[in-house]
Design a protein around this ligand. Structure first.
Ligand code: XMP
Length: 519
């Protein structure tokens, strides 16, 4: 299968470039900019894209390419496309001149094409493109031609047909460049002669085969199933590959949503006919350890450790009955393991406290069938594999569950109150038909009592905060500007129907500075 390599120079759009290439039908992977040429050779790329980046090419210590890079690509006739920083870098390394520009060019810009080339095939003479740069090329190297300009940028695109080197000052990968996909398609299919082979149907068959080969005819696999999208898709994929030799462990940690443990069992045991679905009810243990714990980090730590202990014990018990359990499957996806500057600093930190690493001494081999996929690809695969839509399109739910949605110490009463309020919220959001447009909608329990009135009686009860946010990746989020009538209906229902709540507030904080969850 043809493969494109995107070299990451630290730009915020590296994953987006990679996604676009796959959406256009060619498999694509991200590698660090300083990857060994030997490793690059092994990938046998059909073309290479150099991403943008925050630096300036003329600065000391700015990321550069390996010395042998151009020799390797020219000798093997591998087209290279530089975007933004990559655009400057090609020119800089081959002897051109890059200089800072007085005023930064930012936003939608008119691109004027001055030299026809296959890369702009079937485009207009002028195109709207997205620009974001402070440096620009002021001197072009022999053998290169300026292909396009903007009002203030004389070399907004260039090419060297003989050496198959191309550069764009603008970003074809963002949706603000309306014909960006067409330009990338020209690069993939007309310049790099890629074949359109990256299809998810083929992926399922191929992966099932690979899993069978790796696991062999007798070995068994353990999987921690949370009911979230990634672990659920991993489960159905493995079941397809090895049937009942898959053992799923679902732990009730006492901080699940209302009826969640029943729904997950119903789905996997009854609907999807999982034979080795092991339900572990550890509610009492978790709640006992969490009793009176106030500090958010301490709550997370206790839940994480307790989960590992419970999971390990169940695994040991299963291993006694089935000594051929040799693998531990995980629902790791591509952005979890390939760090780019946009994901590394923030998401590495988030991941470290969200996702649990199981101890090494479990001596099981790890298998991660979704390791090369993005979330929306995982969702498509899940649907194709017959997982119900309500699992696929579920809002994210944190590992430490409702414990991070009850401020301060948790107990059964507070959990019951929160579950009832949350059920009403989700029901109303679904009835209004907006569940799928929202990143997350949930209730939070605030341990603060205020006065209210119910009939002739004064009440003194807790506050429920409603949190509804829009986001694309949870790094930033905006509160949803919900319809007032809907908000009123939700508030009224919660205050009237949930015993223990007499006041409902709507959270109007964005992230940053607030986080999505409360703890
Ligand atoms: P914050 O609260 O950091 O949340 O803005 C960002 C996203 O991550 C989810 N989240 C978690 N997910 N384990 C998870 O699997 C966790 O411990 C965890 N904490 C937060 C949160 O729901 C939001 O989507």
């Amino acid at each position: 299968m043809d493969i494109i390599v995107v070299l990451d120079f630290g730009g915020q759009y590296t994953h987006l470039i990679n996604r676009r290439i796959r959406d256009l039908g060619v498999y694509s992977e991200i590698l660090p900019y300083d990857v060994d040429i030997e490793k690059l050779k092994k990938k046998n790329p059909k073309a290479i894209i150099l991403s943008g980046g925050p630096g300036s090419v003329y600065e000391k210590n700015s990321p550069q390419l390996k010395n042998e890079f151009f020799e390797f690509t020219t000798r093997n006739k591998i087209p290279v496309l530089g975007i933004c920083y990559g655009h400057h870098l090609i020119m800089h390394l081959l002897g051109g001149k890059i200089e800072p520009k007085e005023a930064k060019e930012y936003g939608r810009t008119n691109l004027i094409i001055i030299e026809p080339d296959l890369i702009f095939d079937s485009l207009g003479k002028e195109e709207i493109v997205w620009m974001s740069h402070g440096d620009q090329i002021t001197e072009i190297v022999k053998g290169f031609k300026a292909y396009a300009k903007t009002e203030t940028c004389p070399v907004a695109a260039y090419g060297n047909q003989e050496k198959l080197l191309y550069g764009f000052q603008f970003h074809p990968e963002v949706s603000n460049t309306p014909n960006g996909n067409k330009i990338l398609e020209n690069f993939l299919y007309k310049i790099a002669s890629c074949k359109k082979e990256w299809k998810l149907e083929g992926w399922i068959d191929r992966t099932v085969e690979e899993i069978r080969k790796e696991i062999g005819p007798n070995n068994r696999v353990i999987l921690g199933l949370s009911g979230g999208v990634d672990s659920s898709v991993t489960a159905v994929l493995l079941q397809k590959a090895i049937g009942d030799r898959l053992h799923c462990i679902f732990v009730n940690n006492g901080v699940l949503r209302k009826n969640e443990e029943k729904e997950v069992q119903e789905t996997f045991k009854k609907k999807l006919k999982f034979k080795n679905f092991h339900y572990v009810d550890a509610e009492d243990l978790f709640l006992k350890r969490l009793a009176e714990v106030e500090d958010p980090e301490e709550k997370r730590r206790i839940i994480g450790h307790t989960f590992i202990g419970v999971f390990e014990n169940k695994t040991i018990e299963l291993e006694k009955a089935h000594p051929d359990i040799k693998y531990l499957a995980q629902g790791t996806i591509y952005p979890d393991r390939v760090e780019t500057s946009a994901t590394s600093k923030v998401s590495a930190k988030i991941k470290s406290h969200h996702n649990l690493t199981l101890p090494d001494d479990m001596k099981l081999k790890i298998i991660e069938p979704l390791r090369d996929l993005y979330k929306d690809e995982v969702r498509k695969i899940g649907l194709k594999l017959g997982l119900p839509e309500y699992i696929i399109n579920r809002h994210p739910f944190p590992g430490p569950g409702l414990a991070v949605r009850i401020v301060g110490p948790i107990d059964k009463d507070k959990l019951m109150i929160l579950r009832s309020a949350d059920e009403i919220l989700i029901e109303e959001i679904r009835n209004a038909g907006i569940y799928d447009q929202i990143w997350q909608a949930f209730c939070v329990f605030l341990p603060l009592k205020t006065v209210g009135i119910m009939g002739d009686y004064r009440t003194y009860e807790y506050i429920c905060s409603i949190r509804i946010v829009e986001s694309t990746d949870a790094m930033t989020a905006n509160f949803t500007k919900l319809d007032w009538d809907l908000l009123e209906r939700i508030g009224t229902r919660i205050a009237n129907e949930v015993k223990g709540i007499n006041r409902v507030v709507y959270d109007i904080s964005n992230k940053p500075p607030s986080t999505i969850e409360y703890e």
